[in-house]
Design a protein around this ligand. Structure first.
Ligand code: EPU
Length: 320
């Protein structure tokens, strides 16, 4: 789920319009050489689609992130952060500017009593397993969805059993200018599949502090296993970005799509899963445009047959 990533409409882009190679090389120096020009996003998204990022950086420390942010801020290069790439549809044309992938120290988890601090790049499922091993409850609701802590915070990810925002004490961010800041839960603006970090594009989530509750470790692990097993049966395994649409209030997008006859619909290599209708699956050779066209066909179908307007949960990123 990745991913405080933003839709970048191409403004004049210093990485493309002259001096681009040099600019990526400058950024590369700031991150110890872990930079790639024209890196295909298909390799970094669970849909397995997406054209090239102009410049993709792997950032391992807060100090590196500060200098990268200061640099992009000064040079007005568009930027975004990509987590696991599990909740995004990256365009076939790719992403202009700099794509930041957090690694290294952003993968750290600390547990102190009932308080867990997890880096932005930690997988939510790993954080939930670590909490369970410390007999701490609170992350079971979200601990079975794909994606990283950073992406889960941006999306307020969760299931019917609970959302990540419910157990957040505070979120540590870096501002666009490279300054560290702490945002309390009340300031995060969490609501269903939403947070302030979706619209306030001046922050990068670097870690999150959770207030958990002591519980029975064995029961928590059993609960996680039960939900994971249920998911394995009720959701498709193919390349997808999880549920494509948000559930409308009081309803289920999957149910509505199935009732509208959407299961099995195809556009090119993209198909509406016949296991769970809210999943669009890349059957092998789909393009991002085919996936988007299929999503629009599904939306139109549900609008006409059920009178319900579905909203994307998956986030479109890049140049469309
Ligand atoms: N249903 C159908 N047809 C379908 C799919 C579902 O009739 O094709 C029915 C089910 O039988 C059930 C109801 O719809 O009665 C709800 O289905 P499900 O339990 O699968 O839950 P969901 O609302 O479709 C949500 C999350 C999932 C999460 C599951 C399990 C959203 C948009 N989706 O799905 O999250 O895994 O609950 O807790 O909130 C994701 O975010 O990517 C995601 C997969």
């Amino acid at each position: 789920m990745e991913m405080s990533c933003f839709n970048v409409t191409p403004p004049p882009n210093p990485l493309r319009n002259g001096g681009g190679r040099g600019r990526c090389e400058e950024l590369s120096r700031l991150v110890g050489g872990r930079a790639w020009r024209n890196e295909p996003l298909a390799n970094r998204t669970t849909f397995g689609v997406g054209g090239p990022a102009d410049c993709l950086l792997e950032v391992e420390t807060e100090a590196e992130l500060c200098s990268v942010m200061a640099h992009v801020h000064e040079t007005s290069v568009p930027w975004c952060v990509l987590g696991d790439g599990s909740n995004v549809l990256a365009s076939d044309k790719g992403i202009r500017g700099v794509v930041i992938c957090l690694k290294g120290s952003f993968l750290k988890v600390e547990v102190d009593g009932q308080v867990m601090t997890a880096g932005s790049a930690v997988r939510v499922s790993q954080a939930a397993d670590i909490a369970a091993n410390h007999s701490l409850s609170g992350l079971e609701g979200v601990g079975t969805v794909p994606g990283t802590i950073g992406g889960a915070i941006v999306m307020n990810a969760g299931t019917h059993r609970g959302y990540i925002g419910e157990v957040v004490r505070e979120v540590r961010v870096l501002t666009e200018a490279g300054l560290p800041l702490t945002v309390s839960r009340d300031e995060c603006g969490f609501s269903y599949r939403s947070s302030r970090f979706q619209t306030d594009r001046s922050f990068i989530v670097s870690s999150c502090v959770f207030d958990l509750v002591p519980g029975n470790g064995e029961q928590i692990r059993a609960h996680l296993l039960e939900v994971r097993t249920h998911r394995a049966h009720s959701q498709p395994r193919g390349a997808s970005a999880g549920c494509f649409f948000k559930n409308p209030e009081g309803g289920s997008a999957g149910k509505l799509i199935e009732a509208s006859g959407g299961k099995g619909l195809r556009v090119g290599g993209a198909m509406v899963s016949d296991i769970h209708a809210n999943f669009i699956v890349n059957t092998g050779d789909a393009t991002a445009s085919e996936i988007r066209e299929l999503a629009e066909t599904v939306r139109e179908l549900v609008r006409t047959r059920q009178g319900v307007e579905l909203e994307y949960e998956v986030r479109l990123v890049g140049e469309w």
